[in-house]
Design a protein around this ligand. Structure first.
Ligand SMILES: Cc1cc2nc3c(=O)[nH]c(=O)nc-3n(C[C@H](O)[C@H](O)[C@H](O)COP(=O)(O)OP(=O)(O)OC[C@H]3O[C@@H](n4cnc5c(N)ncnc54)[C@H](O)[C@@H]3O)c2cc1C
Length: 293
């Protein structure tokens, strides 16, 4: 059932990257809420596991001197939800965090595992896409920083190279200061469920016009995505119901929704057109704008 051939625990990132360099077959385990399910289902056989749980430096959330928000990859969803910096600066991520799983899962599941699992339904994804998050990846030789939009390569596939660990998620101040946002998760039931569609919107206003709008979608395609055509249209447009409705229509041009057992393609497309304007209307109010009715 759980065929664990060997199990290692690292206490520092250096120790972990050294172990990975020595043995490329090692599979990283953070909270284990995806890895262990896959092992249980037989999708992973004979695993050699390397746990990151004892690396304290990966579990912190802080604001750097330049205003960049730094989220350690091992921060759990409970931590993300409760963190005062995230609540104040980027509430669309804390909204996503509380919509994820149930309390037991949120207590153990990490944001890094959520990203590295490569699922389009990952609850952190739409918000991190809308926030233009950058991912810090480290191996024995050094580190590199990759925009989250370049990290997701396909269902379950991410741009981690052999020997690399995701250590931090970075959100620079130009990507959150002065923005209002909203995260909406549509699921088939109110209780714990995976998203049928996830929408994260942030916007910045200049008087009565949109200075910038960014829209992240989850489960609208094989990987999370941004609605670049709708975003470009929004820039400089008047904040009005007509603009918001048009943004919803244009968002659909970026979606690549498919039929699954959860919902048909047509239903997901309907959700995009319905939920993008709904999230944007709240984001406008959160950015200091007027309520559109
Ligand atoms: C009952 C249940 C309900 C769930 N509900 C939801 C939900 O509502 N929304 C949702 O989005 N997900 C949900 N999930 C899925 C899962 O909990 C999340 O994807 C979770 O965030 C995974 O994090 P983890 O720490 O458990 O990752 P793990 O299972 O430990 O790892 C996941 C993957 O990421 C890799 N990995 C982990 N950390 C790193 C790192 N720092 N660097 C490089 N690679 C790394 C691992 O090797 C593995 O491939 C649910 C799971 C369960 C069992």
């Amino acid at each position: 059932m759980y065929n664990i051939v060997s199990y290692y625990e690292a206490e520092t990132v250096g120790e972990a990257t050294a172990l990975l360099a020595e043995n490329p077959n090692l599979r990283l385990i953070a909270g284990g809420t995806d890895v262990l399910i896959k092992m249980h289902n037989g999708q992973i056989a004979e695993a050699e596991l390397l746990s990151l749980r004892k690396i304290k430096s990966l579990g912190t959330i802080r604001k750097a001197k330049d205003g960049t928000i730094v989220i350690g990859a091992m921060a759990t969803f409970t931590q993300v939800f409760n963190d005062p910096i995230l609540r104040e600066m980027i509430p669309i991520l804390t909204e996503a965090a509380i919509s994820m799983g149930g309390p037991q899962i949120r207590n153990i599941a990490t944001i890094g595992g959520n990203v590295c699992n490569g699922a389009t339904s990952a609850d952190s994804a739409a918000s991190l896409f809308a926030l233009n998050a950058q991912l810090k990846l480290e191996d024995l030789k050094g580190e590199r920083v990759v925009p989250i939009r370049e990290f997701y390569l396909g269902p379950g596939k991410v741009a981690l190279k052999s020997g690399e660990i995701l250590t931090e998620i970075l959100i620079s101040p130009d990507n959150y200061q002065g923005f209002g946002g909203q995260y909406l998760k549509f699921a088939m039931r109110e209780a714990m469920d995976i998203a049928t569609l996830a929408v994260a919107v942030v916007c910045k206003l200049q008087g009565q016009t949109f200075a910038e709008v960014r829209i992240g979608l989850g489960v609208a395609g094989p990987i999370p995505l941004r609605c670049l055509e709708a975003e470009a249209y929004a820039q400089g447009k008047e904040v009005s119901v007509a603009t918001v409705v048009e943004i919803g229509k244009l968002a659909l041009n970026s979606a690549q929704a498919r039929t699954s057992w959860r919902a048909s393609q047509e239903y997901r497309e309907h959700l995009v057109q319905e939920l993008v304007p709904r999230a944007l209307k709240t984001a406008i109010v959160n950015a200091g704008g007027v309520e559109l009715v």
